[in-house]
Ligand binder design. Structure first.
Ligand SMILES: Nc1ncnc2c1ncn2[C@@H]1O[C@H](COP(=O)(O)OP(=O)(O)O)[C@@H](O)[C@H]1O
Ligand SMILES: Nc1ccn([C@H]2C[C@H](O)[C@@H](COP(=O)(O)OP(=O)(O)O)O2)c(=O)n1
Length: 487
């Protein structure tokens, strides 16, 4: 069940930033309790993290074994890692041993680093982190060092008497499984555990499970939490056996959690490469007002990208969304398929500013903020939500721009003179305007009650601009009229 742990001695000396840290804290400086600092580079896979909480003897490890078997997680037990560190006779071993003997909690950074090493040494991306976080300090250290939060938190709620009985019968030769230490552990658990539980309860991630009953009975309470995820979690084991109807069976069995389940099923479809099904479900989610969250969104992008724009046009058209269909078609007709380009379509359809901001954070974390298509899409999305300051800020920081960038920022300002200033800047930067630029400029002129000749640009330039603008939109007679009128 357990993957081989990497040598733990590098606790004190780390030479490379981890895969996990690279993924999770793209822009954070690597932190290690060795105080060495490195700047990680971005990577793509976000781990799926489940924290497993509960008092000593509540049955966390026992249930974890069953979850691993049924859903393919990698089990990372904080207590086992600490015990392994003791057994390795490392510099920290004796300090950890003393702490555990006292029934106390080991300093958070030590535990987090051990967890981090264990996760890094696994090629799985689904983890059960057992016996952690035991305190708010544990939780904060994980967020700070790993740079991410759990997706799900399980809490095995067990009466003290039952926990004591189980621990005393555990028979694993543990130094802390004696009545004196158990009392201290329970006191400490009582004092430090509840703030953590309350925290996750507020975030809606907590699943409290009554841990009294047989092992199998308790697992039957755990199973539904993961059942909706099985199509992701069992991947790739079941990818050849999965059918759409089985996913909907899962959905049907999980009434009352439609949003969560649809998202899970969506992820399942996308993971399994059932992109048409994924997109059909995405449209259904859209109709039911379920917005993709930070986990679903990357998969939405992937599905759009994989599906290919032509099929996307067909899907939009079939659903009567001619505007979107036309937009996509126009892009396809003019450009090669660029999977990130589909970001634009998605972001343009994102209904709330809050979600745009979330997506923006997500792309920053994944180091793709300055991918041209992504940055352009974000500028367009912010503009759509009238967040011109954010759009301008992004625009001004972009390391490179293309004609779409300029068109987007100009069109975002089509009601103000800034459109003309951006156009001026565009020409000065040597970027070549296209039809969209000219249409935006004309539209800005119309909105401002200006003729192109009224622009505060030099006359020769105005003439050229006038010809270009009208010429490009097939309105040369208007250009002539404007010249006759006083250009
Ligand atoms: N539902 C249960 N009923 C009775 N004994 C259990 C149950 N679940 C686990 N145990 C036993 O209780 C002891 C503690 O369980 P364990 O999973 O090690 O707890 P934890 O990881 O929370 O400390 C073990 O000996 C285990 O076999
Ligand atoms: N996050 C953690 C987890 C465990 N520890 C220490 C203190 C705990 O009493 C021991 C044993 O933890 P473990 O989770 O294996 O055992 P129990 O669930 O308490 O039975 O390890 C810790 O300091 N910090």
């Amino acid at each position: 069940m357990w993957r081989r742990a990497a040598s733990l001695s590098p606790l004190a000396s780390r030479s490379k930033p981890s895969k996990l840290c690279q993924e999770a804290c793209t822009f954070k400086v690597w932190e290690s309790f060795s105080s060495e600092s490195e700047i990680p580079t971005p990577s793509k896979v976000a781990p799926y993290i489940t924290f497993v909480l509960g008092g000593p003897g509540s049955g966390k490890g026992t249930q974890c074994a069953k979850i691993v078997e049924a859903f393919g997680f990698t089990h990372v037990s904080a207590g086992d890692l600490l015990r392994r560190e003791i057994a390795s006779n490392s510099a920290y071993g004796s300090v950890i041993l003393g702490t555990i003997r006292e029934g106390k909690i080991v300093p958070s950074q030590v535990t987090v680093q051990l967890i981090q090493k264990e996760m890094e040494s696994s090629d799985n991306d689904k983890f059960l982190i057992d016996g952690f976080p035991r305190s708010e300090q544990n939780r904060e250290a994980f967020e700070r060092i790993i740079g991410t939060e759990p997706n799900v938190v399980l809490f095995f709620d067990c009466p003290e008497q039952e926990m004591v009985k189980r621990v005393l019968n555990r028979n694993q030769g543990r130094v802390d499984d004696n009545i004196e230490t158990i009392k201290k552990r329970l006191e400490i658990f009582d004092e430090l555990n509840w703030p953590v539980i309350n925290h996750y309860s507020k975030t809606g991630k907590l699943h409290k499970i009554n841990a009294v009953g047989t092992v199998d009975d308790i697992f039957e309470k755990v199973r539904p939490i993961f059942a909706a995820l099985r199509y992701i979690l069992l991947f790739p084991i079941s990818c050849f056996q999965c059918s759409s109807s089985s996913i909907f069976n899962v959905l049907d069995n999980l009434e009352g959690r439609a949003g969560f389940c649809m998202e899970c099923a969506y992820l399942g479809y996308a993971e399994l490469g059932l992109y048409e099904d994924a997109m059909a479900l995405y449209f259904q989610m859209e109709e039911e007002g379920i917005e993709p969250d930070r986990f679903t969104f990357p998969q939405v992008l992937k599905a759009f990208g994989e599906l290919g724009s032509f099929r996307l046009v067909g899907m939009y058209a079939k659903r009567g969304n001619i505007v979107k269909a036309r937009k996509v078609f126009y892009k396809v007709a003019n450009r090669d398929k660029i999977s990130w380009y589909t970001t634009l379509t998605i972001l343009a359809a994102v209904p709330s500013l809050e979600l745009v901001v979330q997506i923006h954070r997500w792309v920053v974390r994944h180091g793709v903020e300055w991918n041209l298509s992504v940055a352009n899409a974000l500028i367009a999305a912010y503009s759509k939500h009238h967040e011109l300051n954010r759009a301008r800020r992004l625009f001004s920081h972009m390391p490179e721009r293309d004609v779409v960038t300029w068109d987007t920022i100009i069109s975002a300002h089509s009601k103000s003179r800034e459109a003309l200033l951006y156009f001026d800047q565009m020409e000065k930067d040597g970027a070549l305007p296209d039809n969209t630029t000219f249409v935006s400029i004309l539209s800005a002129c119309a909105n401002l009650g200006l003729r192109v000749f009224d622009l505060e640009l030099d006359n020769e330039y105005n003439f050229e601009l006038l010809m270009k603008v009208y010429g490009n939109v097939g309105r040369l007679e208007d250009a002539e009229r404007e010249i006759d009128d006083g250009g």
